[in-house]
Write a protein that binds this ligand. Structure first.
Ligand code: 3EB
Length: 337
């Protein structure tokens, strides 16, 4: 079956207003180059990452309605018939240190999800000011991971389904830690990448508490499937490859994406994710000077029909220069044997 996707994602030129004032099936509008503290509507998610390509676009999520909106503590949400988008922005000038802020953000997200009809996070995006500031275990990314692990109490012997995730750095002077998610009534199918050590099993050298996410999740609704890709970088096993070689890092990230999609196909059997016009890719770039080469490299490897956006963001390891995430549609194929 190749019917309409359950979550319809697109990049559209212009600002957020026409979408917030317009169609009734709009679940979320992500607008770049803005602080998360500047949200104007529960469906409006300003993101503090600078868009590197032109023209300026917003990311629009649409799904089957009616869409109900509201707030819960400091979280705002939009709830469709089968999917919910929620977002929290915590002002770090008030929330204490990064570990405490991350702990708080995840407590809010979890307490919201527990009482929601859509209890299962499928993918979580984390945008973290000054992610690489601090050294060793004081690095803000590691502190963020600690706070997340403080909130998400997991018995390592009994690992529940984990959402896919992205963790990217915003400017050090951005005041807000932002966490936003897509959730559904059932957990996604978790997919791990055979080329990579699962993130929750990373060795101690990367920090006191491992990141908690799956490499990807597959959302199935009404017989259509979508693949939610975690932030994917040039990591093989648990190690960074191609240090200081941004084009090679991008190509390695794409090999990881293809490997993950292939593993998803193995798990689904009769469907596979296809990079086509039903999906989107987000390309995060640490150094804006790398944008032309990254773009050229991606254009050579990914069909033009796949919508993509380039954002300036820091990656969670200092030696990673680029990362990709995305939402990819799946098509029915002959069952594999
Ligand atoms: C990596 O492969 C890159 O902490 O939520 C990617 C996706 C990464 C999500 C997270 C971190 C996170 O380890 C880092």
């Amino acid at each position: 079956m190749s019917g309409q996707m359950s979550l319809r994602v697109a990049y559209r030129e212009g600002g957020a207003e026409p979408w917030l004032d317009g169609p009734e099936d709009v679940l979320a509008v992500f607008q770049f180059n803005l602080s998360p503290l500047d949200a104007t509507d529960p469906r409006h998610v300003p993101v503090a990452l600078r868009q590197l390509d032109e023209p300026r676009r917003v990311e629009v999520w649409r799904c089957d309605g009616p869409i109900k909106t509201g707030s819960w503590d400091r979280l705002r949400f939009a709830q469709g018939e089968r999917l919910t988008m929620g977002h929290v922005a915590l002002d770090l000038r008030q929330a204490g240190n990064m570990r405490e802020a991350s702990h708080q953000a995840y407590d809010i997200v979890q307490s919201y999800l527990r009482q929601s009809p859509h209890q299962w996070p499928l993918k979580i995006w984390n945008y973290i000011p000054g992610i690489n500031q601090g050294s060793g275990d004081d690095e803000l990314y590691r502190q963020f991971c600690l706070g997340r692990a403080d909130a998400v109490l997991i018995d390592p012997g009994d690992l529940p389904p984990l959402p896919a995730a992205t963790a990217i750095g915003t400017a050090p002077d951005e005041p807000a830690l932002q966490v936003y998610f897509l959730a559904g009534a059932l957990p996604g199918l978790d997919v791990e990448n055979p080329r990579q050590v699962s993130a929750w099993r990373y060795p101690r050298q990367y920090g006191p508490r491992s990141p908690l996410f799956s490499r990807g999740t597959i959302l199935t609704l009404n017989g259509s499937r979508q693949f939610l890709l975690s932030g994917t970088a040039s990591v093989i096993g648990h190690q960074t490859h191609h240090e200081n070689q941004v084009a090679n890092q991008l190509r390695e990230s794409l090999r990881n994406v293809h490997s993950l999609l292939e593993e998803g196909h193995r798990l689904m059997g009769d469907a596979r994710a296809q990079l086509d016009g039903n999906g989107i890719l987000k390309v995060y770039i640490r150094d804006p000077g790398d944008y032309p080469l990254i773009r050229q490299t991606l254009d050579a490897e990914v069909p033009e029909s796949v919508p993509r956006i380039y954002l300036q963001g820091d990656i969670c390891r200092q030696n990673l220069l680029t990362e990709i995430d995305g939402i990819v549609g799946c098509q029915q194929v002959a069952a594999s044997t």
